[in-house]
Design a protein around this ligand. Structure first.
Ligand SMILES: Cc1cc2nc3c(=O)[nH]c(=O)nc-3n(C[C@H](O)[C@H](O)[C@H](O)COP(=O)(O)OP(=O)(O)OC[C@H]3O[C@@H](n4cnc5c(N)ncnc54)[C@H](O)[C@@H]3O)c2cc1C
Length: 235
């Protein structure tokens, strides 16, 4: 398994960090939505710890791979990755995974994510927008617990400005009215219908914790999407 150096790192929120791995000597070829596996040995554990992380950069960027990690409490690898310094090297394998986007799957794309589950959806959205596929329509519905948990918070407005057809919809589930003046509550079929109209011909990608993914599969069914158009990833 090749070792890859971390060449940059930055905080996205209070407990979410992005790491950038160097792939300049062997450019990566992957589909948006796929993941890499990071492996490291630490804190006296005899066996290496291995965890999957969705690629949070786009296939157009082949020299570097970004991953965005939410620190779990407790959590072995996520704690490690929230501390490793720039310059550190670790084993990285992949890309892997069948949860992926290709233009042949459809150009009207409904992306439903919660928490750190936004990472593959961000890659898919940015990939499609950068490719400038004719007739593409990208809609993200992103649910976070509190306003402090919005990953890529500064990037979404830039994407909306650069790509006027890109639709980004954010909802917060655990904020008091005075803490958040945007939308409150979970992602629902009514909300999607109100804001996006008929999406029964869209291909959907859902990513987040297991209960959220199950609920979003139901939402997609309520919206009339056939099963084969519903793709899920849970962690
Ligand atoms: C395909 C795929 C893609 C993924 N992509 C991402 C991504 O982009 N970003 C991301 O942040 N994560 C992602 N994950 C999740 C990631 O792989 C790890 O599962 C996550 O980082 C937690 O790993 P960990 O070693 O820190 O936690 P672990 O140590 O494995 O713990 C896992 C869970 O168990 C709980 N736990 C651990 N020990 C105890 C204990 N003693 N008592 C009670 N609870 C305990 C932890 O709080 C945590 O919730 C992805 C997973 C998959 C399968």
């Amino acid at each position: 398994m090749p070792r890859r150096k971390i060449v940059d790192a930055w905080m996205e929120t209070h407990n979410v960090r992005t790491l950038r791995f160097d792939f300049r000597d062997d450019p990566i070829d992957f589909k948006a939505g796929q993941f890499i596996v990071c492996e490291d040995t630490f804190r006296g554990y005899k066996r290496p710890v291995k965890r999957a992380y969705s690629i949070a950069s786009t296939p157009q960027q082949t020299d570097f791979v970004d991953i965005t990690i939410k620190r779990e409490l407790p959590g072995l690898m996520s704690a490690r990755l929230s501390e490793v310094p720039i310059g550190y090297e670790m084993e990285v394998s992949g890309p892997s995974g069948k949860y992926l986007y290709e233009p042949s799957r459809g150009k009207k794309v409904l992306l439903l994510g919660a928490g750190s589950g936004i990472t593959p959806l961000y890659s898919i959205a940015l990939y499609i927008l950068k490719e400038k596929l004719p007739d593409a329509k990208v809609m993200i519905y992103y649910s976070v617990k509190t306003p402090d948990d919005i990953i890529y918070e500064n990037i979404w407005p830039q994407m909306m400005q650069e790509f006027p057809d890109f639709q980004f919809n954010l909802t917060v589930t655990r904020a008091r009215p005075e803490e958040w003046n945007g939308r409150h509550g979970r992602i629902s079929s009514d909300w999607i219908r109100e804001t996006a109209g008929d999406v029964s011909d869209a291909v959907s990608y859902i990513c987040g914790p297991t209960p959220m993914v199950g609920a979003m599969e139901d939402v997609c069914r309520q919206l009339g999407l056939p099963e084969e158009q519903i793709n899920t990833e849970k962690w």
